[in-house]
Design a protein around this ligand. Structure first.
Ligand code: CP3
Length: 339
């Protein structure tokens, strides 16, 4: 029997307590991260330098003893590897060469994918060697829709209107982009598994901006292709953020081993609406982790109660916020591990 409580829970086993890890558990809220980051040059240099990426992945494990470590990288390394030339502007977030049509798409190529991402695979190999034996290692990738949306906008956006308009006006070009990304993500995740990742998470951060018919085509269908391609190789968690009641149909259709619930989902609803075979992950409000104290612990307990009786991985409903006091994270993990 695997002694990693995170993997046992994902496999559907009942465990004495839910395992815990947090999205963005490595990041700017930790002073030791800010120190490494300040010496790394650009953010992507941090992602592509195994010594540094290993160190920042391990920082929250040493400090808090999470049950899983997530590879330190970013979803945008895949567009970067395909040729979108990603950069991170201090205080502004990501910038990419905006993809404006078929000619730009034709310039993208998966030929250099594994060469470009070799430092990520090396980071994973070292992490598997350096992590405590009870800590699972999660690899990840962005979902095709979310990656395509950043590529077309050339950066972040609150509504990704340009990406949605492109999908409507040029569905065949957009479809080729999504297919290219789907194949690249499958190849990338397979290589992460070969390097030592033990579970995978797919981040579809912008699934929630699409209406149902377009979501089915551009978000759900590619995720299903990826999950089906990897079925039997490793457990996969999906995070289709912001899709509301459609989480239930998503789970039934895609059948991932795990489903990450965003902050807006009522866990009691999820417990009854989502097929029993799917492990639920989530979903404390990241803002409650900033608040801390009793409010945070009560919020965490309410989620545990609502999901009692089915496999549950404790997490947030989105990533740790940069102004989160690390002591609050310590208090949360202590409470979850002792209860
Ligand atoms: O600890 C972990 O969770 C692992 C590392 C990780 C990062 N990004 C590090 C990061 C993971 C899993 C991601 C995923 C990611 N990246 C997503 C999906 C999850 C989500 O948040 O919805 C998205 C949309 C991105 C793209 C991205 N990366 C944006 C929009 C930004 C800028 C916004 C911000 O928070 O600064 C990033 C930068 C980024 N990725 C940072 C970190 C720690 C901060 C960069 C810094 O140190 O300056």
């Amino acid at each position: 029997m695997d002694k990693k409580v995170f993997l046992r829970t994902l496999a559907g086993e009942a465990t004495p307590r839910p395992p815990v890890w947090l999205m963005r558990q490595a990041g700017r809220y930790l002073p030791e991260y800010r120190e490494v980051r300040a010496g790394a040059g650009g953010f992507l240099d941090l992602c592509y330098t195994p010594d540094l990426a290993v160190e920042v992945t391990l920082q929250p494990i040493r400090r808090f003893g999470f049950d899983a470590a997530i590879l330190f990288s970013d979803i945008l390394v895949v567009p970067d590897a395909l040729g979108s030339e990603v950069g991170f502007v201090e205080g502004e977030g990501p910038r990419l060469i905006p993809l404006q049509g078929g000619a730009d798409l034709a310039r993208l190529s998966p030929a250099r994918l594994h060469d470009h991402l070799a430092p990520v695979y090396e980071t994973i190999r070292r992490l598997r060697r350096d992590l405590p034996p009870e800590t699972a290692l999660i690899g990840f990738a962005g979902a095709p829709w979310t990656l395509a949306a950043y590529m077309i906008e050339g950066g972040g956006s609150k509504d990704f209107l340009r990406a949605r308009e492109t999908a409507r006006r040029e569905p065949s070009m957009f479809g080729r982009l999504v297919d290219l990304l789907t194949e690249a993500v499958i190849a990338y995740l397979r290589e992460q598994l070969r390097s030592g990742a033990e579970a995978l998470q797919l981040f579809d951060s912008w699934a929630g901006v699409l209406p149902p018919d377009e979501r089915a085509r551009w978000s759900t269908a590619p995720l299903k292709r990826i999950v089906d391609a990897l079925r039997g190789e490793a457990p996969v968690l999906c995070f289709p953020r912001g899709i509301g009641a459609a989480y239930a149909a998503f789970a039934a259709e895609v059948r991932p081993q795990g489903l990450s619930l965003d902050t807006t989902v009522d866990p009691a609803w999820a417990a009854s609406a989502i097929p029993k075979g799917v492990c639920l992950q989530g979903n404390l409000d990241p803002a409650l982790l900033v608040t801390g104290g009793e409010a945070m612990l009560e919020g965490a307990n309410a989620i545990r109660e609502a999901l009692k009786g089915r496999p549950h991985v404790f997490n947030l409903g989105h990533g740790v916020l940069p102004h989160t006091p690390p002591e609050h994270v310590a208090a949360l993990v202590r409470a979850l591990k002792s209860a």
